[in-house]
Design a protein around this ligand. Sequence first.
Ligand code: GRF
Length: 200
Amino acid sequence: KRIAIFASGRGSNAEALYQAMQAGEVNGEVVVVVSDYSTAAVLAKAQAWGVPSVAVERKAYGSKEDFEQALLDAIAPYTPDVVVLAGFMRLLGPTFINAYPNKIVNIHPALLPSFPGLHAQRQAVEAGVKVSGCTVHFVDYGMDSGPIIMQTAVPVMADDTEDSLAARILPHEHTTYKRALALLCDDKLEIINRIVHVKP
Ligand code: GRF
């Protein structure tokens, strides 16, 4: 499968997925890397991989729709089959989503539906939960609300801060995303009534 990766910052999930594809653990190839920030470290990573990259800055567009159309125009030449959001901090709306139905996935650093949105790890620490983790899901029109593909539970320690919990979850994001994307690339996922089933 041809994969477009969208990231807003560091890109450690993008890196993990790229390496997994290089290692043959995921039947995909990264055909383009997109960021909404021209200074994002993930763009330098893409350059190092020799993968085309493009920055589509939100502030360059008046409306959300124009921004999303610009994102579509940026990836169209690479004809991606799947769009992978990996630390992409924008909510995508119908303009973008309708162009890639059930082909957009995201990773969230909490066990959805708990703690959607920003600072999920902080939400978990403040809620006093004993277990949190990460979720890979299909993207729908809501925020962190699409059909769940895979989750990994991660213990929360009594003295955890947002940062210590984020650090403990992050490597599990990498492995969980690799496994989820491998299933997607092998056409092993089907959605029935918003529940994701893995084909045998
Ligand atoms: C990850 O924790 C991801 O779950 C969240 O933002 C972070 C992105 O990290 N959406 P990276 O850019 O993949 O290193």
